[in-house]
Design a protein around this ligand. Structure first.
Ligand code: COA
Ligand code: AMP
Length: 625
């Protein structure tokens, strides 16, 4: 087995040789001769003269090469009590037919399709069908409100939106159709039609522009794969940034197929025929990469799970699923393990199932705290692997590679950089820092295949937002350090992005909503530590002069407004009235200092003496109750 160091060094000293070889894992319509295209640097392109189809790589080629009757997808839904499965041949049939439906709706190469769906196989079918036509999907997480969906409709300008009648949360049926209708009403751009998958749990009335999934499938003709350039977009995935306007991360077809296929074997140790479960949601990048594309590129079986780790129905749900399907690799967020640990500290539920098939537990999306790491390692008896990455990169930047000789694990660190990534730590001027010195984590350009080539329709925003802070580098937005053994330690975001239950959210966009309350003069939303969800947003508000409002009333009105404008996923529940907020001399709120206090990282406070006093008042509110 190749050593991590050998493979990593080769990827850095000979990136074109390394990725040129990895490209052989993919089926191309036209093999690329150009591996790295730097003509428009710092906007790099991979495999720019190659052509391929992503859906062909996920499905057709496995059917053609003798895997037609192997399982491609298993659906397990404790929310409905149902499960089902599709072989590669069956999944291909459904995807080709749904591509026919989309074609009948007018979708051709390059058109955008928004997918707003719960965790059902049809979400994955819609994604692959869009890719089959060479069109571009943009999946919107079901926990976002109509206004957020509308913002994405206006940016992506889709011809078609695919949705479902409902999603199922433990405490309620989430009706998608009214939210979809409201979003279309709010948006300036109007799609030509919507396709609605009607679930038995909730029936819907369809309007004149709505197509019924089942009825359309009955009359559709299967569509063939459309060849696209490696550099053509496969999808847009919106993610939170420092401003309220979400950023449309673009993923290309070629680099994505190469990187993800390589990652499945080398990082996750998964081969064709293996059972793989990524307990996330297709609305997040983990869902795109490791529920849908990578396991199917690899010819493995992917498990779609509609439910929560606890309470649906109990804390043994995950272990029963592993036992039932003999899952080899599980990928989820640390928060899911913390939720189970809270309910089943002694692992009684774990003992009720046979989880001997499980080899590795992979965790990502937020910091893996050492407590959770130790608990999972001890209770499950498998390797617990932290991996650090972002929507922007699409696959891990730092991880312990299970397909190579694994490195020793250091709790608190996702281990070393993944081949292809030149990870460095720099100060605010972009000067490289030494080992164990904390600063901004950056990646030297070019980044490897699969990482974002740009933002949708906005090269300039990509360059100014990511490539300008430290010339020649991509600014990750995370802070941390690299230790004497080359292990990366992520200490948290350097901007106003927070991670709530593994969900990435912008406190800036929450502040924009809080500020609209008529009693609020100014506000700051800060992520405070939470034992279960890692972080929770908390709003600190200063009231307008002369306003007298009951704190409980203010809190419930602000919480309702955030839920209405952003969605339940924002999980803002706490609003506290404070006498003042600390400010710089020019009047900017010292959010950075507030964040540092919330994270228990004491930093010099650049405000006036009065502001230091205000911060002292806020300290207990930021760190505890
Ligand atoms: N559609 C509609 N609403 C949704 C939703 C969806 N797809 N997903 C979440 N929500 C709602 C929840 O119902 C909840 O609403 P509530 O305030 O009415 O209870 C709210 O959004 C907050 O959701 P969440 O933060 O996920 O809290 P939770 O209590 O429902 O679940 C966990 C907490 C930890 C169990 C859950 O977040 C989890 O399993 N996370 C780990 C896996 C994961 O999602 N990873 C993502 C990146 S890898
Ligand atoms: P997302 O784009 O939703 O995947 O969120 C990316 C952000 O989540 C990163 O910039 C980090 O702040 C955080 N994150 C993801 N994985 C990890 C990890 N393993 N350790 C620490 N933080 C992480």
């Amino acid at each position: 087995m190749a050593t991590y160091n050998e493979v990593y060094q080769r990827s850095i000293t000979d990136p074109e040789g390394f990725w040129g070889e990895a490209a052989q894992l993919v089926s191309w319509d036209k093999q690329p001769k150009v591996i790295l295209d730097d003509l428009r640097a710092p906007l790099y392109r991979w495999f720019s003269d190659g052509t391929l189809n992503t859906c062909y790589n996920a499905l057709d080629r496995h059917v053609i090469h003798g895997r037609a009757d192997e399982l491609a997808l298993v659906y397990e839904s404790p929310m409905t009590g149902k499960s089902s499965s599709f072989t590669y041949a069956q999944l291909l049939e459904q995807v080709a037919l749904f591509a026919g439906v989309l074609r009948d709706c007018g979708i051709t190469k390059g058109d955008r399709v928004i997918i707003y769906m719960p965790m059902v196989p049809q979400a994955l079918i819609a994604m692959l069908a869009t890719a089959r036509l060479g069109a571009v999907h943009s999946v919107v997480f079901g926990g976002f409100a109509p206004a957020e969906l509308a913002a994405r409709i206006d940016d992506a300008t889709p011809k078609v939106i695919v949705s479902a009648s409902c999603g199922l949360e433990p405490n309620r049926v989430v009706q998608y159709k009214p939210m979809l209708d409201e979003a279309i009403e709010l948006a300036h751009h109007k799609p030509d039609c919507t396709v609605i998958y009607e679930r038995p749990e909730h029936r819907v009335e369809l309007g004149p522009n709505d197509v019924h999934w089942d009825q359309a499938m009955k009359i559709a003709q299967p569509a063939e794969c459309v060849s696209v350039a490696a550099t053509d977009p496969l999808y847009i995935l919106y993610t939170s940034g420092t401003t309220g306007k979400p950023k449309g991360i673009v993923r290309d077809n070629g680099g994505h197929a190469v990187a993800l296929t390589w990652s499945m074997k080398n990082i996750y140790g998964i081969d064709a025929g293996d059972m793989w479960w990524s307990a996330s949601d297709v609305g997040w990048v983990v869902g795109h990469s490791y529920i849908v594309y990578a396991p199917l590129f690899a010819g493995a079986t992917t498990l779609i799970y509609e439910g929560k780790p606890v309470g649906t129905p109990d804390a043994g749900a995950f272990w029963r699923v592993i036992d039932k399907y003999k899952v080899k690799g599980l990928f989820t967020a640390p928060t899911a393990i913390r939720a189970i640990k809270k309910e089943d500290h002694n692992g009684e539920w774990i003992k009720k199932s046979d989880i001997s098939s499980l080899k590795n537990l992979f965790l990502a999306g937020e910091r893996l705290d050492p407590d959770t790491y130790h608990w999972a390692t001890e209770m499950l008896g498998v390797a617990v692997i932290d991996n650090w990455w972002q929507t922007e990169t699409g696959w891990p930047i730092a991880s312990n590679l299970r397909g190579l000789d694994p490195l020793p694990i250091k709790p608190g660190s996702p281990s070393g950089p993944v081949p292809g990534y030149k990870v460095v730590v720099v100060d605010e001027n972009g000067t490289l820092l030494g080992r164990n010195q904390e600063g901004n984590i950056a990646i030297q350009l070019p980044m490897p295949p699969g990482t974002l080539p740009t933002l949708w329709g906005d090269d300039e925003r990509y360059i100014s937002g990511y490539l300008s802070a430290f010339p020649g580098m991509y600014a990750s937005g995370d802070g941390g350090y690299i230790d004497e053994d080359g292990y990366v330690f992520i200490m948290g975001r350097t901007d106003d992005v927070i991670n709530v239950a593994g969900h990435r959210l912008s406190t800036g966009s929450m502040e924009a909503v809080v500020a609209t309350h008529p009693a609020v003069a100014e506000c700051a939303v800060i992520g405070v530590a939470d034992e279960l969800k890692g972080q929770l947003p908390k709003a600190f508000v200063v009231l307008k002069k002369g306003i007298d409002i009951d704190p409980a009333t203010l809190q419930s009105e602000v919480v309702a407004a955030v839920r209405h404008e952003i969605g339940p996923v924002a999980a803002l529940h706490r609003v506290v009235i404070v006498p003042g907020l600390p400010k710089t001399r020019s009047g900017k709120i010292l959010r950075r200092s507030m964040r540092a206090i919330a994270d228990h990282r004491e930093e010099p406070i650049p405000g006036t003496i009065e502001d230091v006093a205000v911060l002292d008042v806020l300290r207990p509110l930021l760190q505890g109750e």
